[in-house]
Design a protein around this ligand. Structure first.
Ligand code: GTP
Ligand code: SPV
Ligand code: MN
Length: 583
């Protein structure tokens, strides 16, 4: 098979000449093709079937133990001018990067099948969607791309109609961390990824295309590609308010997107609708509001911590037709992870060894599930709407054990952009490296912005223009800790109490106190009824610590200094205004 688009045929032929596969397979995305892939992976041990009685059509994949997370130190943005990549990215000159990658790809698919995966990010009929083609030698990647994107014949038809697409070339290579690179060429709309089979490194439609390349395109075309969940909150009067929230990796996007209201809210008529859990593409509509789509078709979610108590929607979603990566197994082949709280015990750890606590956790802390969004009980029919959903509020947040209150609101758009640009969060297992280290992660895009953050902040600021009806901007922190080191806020479903305040603020129905850092609720402005909050929690979560914020603003000032003269003056002015107000 081939396509009606010559440029696509030529590229596939060139790649095949370089990589020398045994066979070339053009993916049509059909069920039969998926079944054949699953059979092939079971035959060679890539996938192990799970207990068919409890988890029908579900599988476990154990990755190479050195290939379990994104590798930010091996991820590059290769623009012609180094400054265009910015201090926020690793950079390599395009010619050097191509030469390096092509040497790795030379002959790398010998004895393997080369799969051509046409995919569409976003509903197939949406003007906001964008297409790409991934070439890979990994059947695991094909199976995951089929769940995570609209993949196959309809995507190919759209690509042939449009005549252009993002090119992604991927090979698992030898899975050698010394021979592993994730390279982006935004000016060529091209990605080259070698040596990893892990999600964000290998499913190129996701972080590589839908964030790094798309953020570059979005800047040129006047839209935003963000690391955000999209959730619809239906209030008792039947209105649905859509909220987009940027939290860094493994900081609660999937959980907030699938939130189940606390009992009392449920009875009052509150409902929560899931649109997306990781990526949000937004653009101004004819009425001046921002309209958002979820470019993905599935969830690649963190398994540890997911339970019937913390996220019942996720547990229902993954009951069948799910690929689990690096989870543990019970004696009867059910998936298991820390925090699943199902009363069962792990028998075999994520590496396939008999479970021994001396070896560390049973499931890898970044163990994941891949599953179609359609299986989620709260999946919104609006998620398939070609025009997207109007966004009422944008929420930023990170893991901050101290200082940062539960929630506060930005004064205006420019202040909100500063709040996003100065986000801090403790690192997690989603990327290799130390866990729990506080770092700046502007708009949760530190690992994903495909260009200079200074230009990105300017692009954000540019949305504030005549005729715009922009969302209000907020900051939340579910991760504040008390003296005893435990989380002060119960989180998960109870986060709806904070969303309620946010929606009421947007509608002018809730009050707040004006502080130098923004508009804070008093304890009494939030509905905290029936919540077992300690006295410490009741004060700490709502307090404004002037001393602490003075130091924080100085640290934010230093962060902004990294961008030199390229930093938009308006952002610097916001930082100085707040620093001055703090005295
Ligand atoms: P990526 O897929 O890496 O982008 O992550 P994510 O932002 O979707 O994170 P996710 O919702 O999967 O949560 C990651 C971890 O944070 C899980 O272990 C959750 O149990 C935990 N978590 C999520 N929400 C909350 C919360 O409100 N409070 C607390 N304490 N933990 C939470
Ligand atoms: C993240 O790390 O933010 C993820 C998982 O959502 S990955 O697709 O690997 O990037
Ligand atoms: Mn993510």
């Amino acid at each position: 098979m081939s396509s009606r688009l010559e440029s696509l045929n030529t590229w596939v032929a060139e790649v095949a000449r370089l990589t020398r596969p045994q066979a070339v397979h053009w993916c049509d995305g059909s069920e039969a093709e998926y079944r054949a892939l699953l059979a092939r992976m079971q035959a060679d041990g890539t996938l192990l079937p799970l207990n068919p009685d409890t988890h029908p059509d579900s599988y476990l994949h154990r990755s190479h133990p050195d290939d379990v997370a994104r590798v930010e130190h091996l991820t590059f943005v290769c623009t012609r001018a180094r400054e265009d990549a910015g201090p926020n990215n690793n950079w390599m000159a395009p010619a050097e990067a191509h030469a390096k990658m092509d040497a790795l790809f030379d002959g790398c698919m010998q004895g393997r099948t080369l799969y051509v995966i046409p995919y569409c990010m976003g509903p197939i009929d949406s003007p906001l969607s964008r297409c790409g083609v991934e070439i890979t030698d990994s059947p695991y990647v094909v199976a995951n791309m089929r769940i995570m994107t609209r993949m196959g014949a309809p995507a190919l038809a759209r690509i042939e109609r449009e005549g252009h697409f993002v090119k992604g070339l991927h090979s698992i290579g030898e899975l050698d961390p010394e021979r592993r690179f994730i390279m982006h060429f935004p000016e060529e709309l091209t990605i080259k990824s070698y040596g990893s089979g892990y999600g964000g490194n290998a499913l190129l439609g996701k972080k590589c295309h839908a964030l790094r390349i798309a953020s570059w395109q979005a800047r040129q075309e006047g839209w935003l590609a963000e690391h955000m969940l999209i959730v619809g909150v239906e209030t008792p009067d039947g209105q649905v308010h859509y909220i987009a929230a940027a939290f860094p990796s493994a900081c609660g996007k999937t959980n907030l997107a699938m939130l189940i209201p606390p009992e009392r809210y449920r009875r009052a008529g509150w409902k929560v609708w899931t649109i997306g859990d990781d990526i949000c593409w937004m653009r101004p509509g004819p009425d001046g509001r921002l309209y958002a789509i979820n470019p993905e078709a599935g969830f690649f979610g963190v398994a540890p911590g997911t339970s019937a108590r913390s996220n019942p929607n996720a547990m229902a979603t993954i009951r069948a037709n799910t690929i689990f990566t690096n989870v543990a197994l019970t004696a009867d082949h059910q998936p298991w992870w820390e925090g699943i709280d199902d009363g069962k015990l792990p028998a075999v750890d994520w590496r396939g060894r008999p479970y021994d606590p001396a070896n560390g956790p049973a499931a890898h802390p970044n163990a994941r599930f891949t599953v179609s969004a359609k299986q989620c009980p709260s999946y919104s029919p609006m998620a398939e709407h070609p025009q997207g959903v109007p966004i009422s509020a944008i929420v930023f947040g990170g893991r901050r054990a101290s200082l940062v209150p539960l929630v506060f609101q930005a004064r205006d758009w420019a202040h909100g952009v500063l709040i996003g640009a100065s986000m801090g969060s403790e690192t997690t297992a989603a990327a290799t490296g130390a866990v729990g280290v506080m770092r700046r992660d502007p708009m949760a895009m530190k690992p994903f912005c495909g260009y200079n953050f200074a230009d990105y902040f300017a692009h954000w600021l540019s949305f504030d223009r005549p005729g715009a009806r922009l969302p209000a901007i907020f900051h939340v922190n579910w991760f504040r800790k008390g003296q005893d080191g435990r989380f002060l806020w119960p989180g998960f479903g109870e986060n709806l109490r904070v969303l309620e305040w946010i929606i009421k603020r947007v509608n002018g129905q809730a009050s707040a106190i004006d502080t130098p850092i923004g508009l804070l609720p008093r304890q009494t402005d939030l509905d905290l009824e029936d919540l077992p909050l300690s006295d410490e929690a009741r004060t700490t979560l709502f307090e404004f610590d002037r001393e602490g914020w003075r130091a924080e603003l100085a640290s934010i000032g230093q962060e902004l200094d990294r961008y030199g003269a390229r930093l938009p003056a308006a952002l610097r002015q916001q930082q100085q205004r707040i620093a001055k107000a703090l005295g």
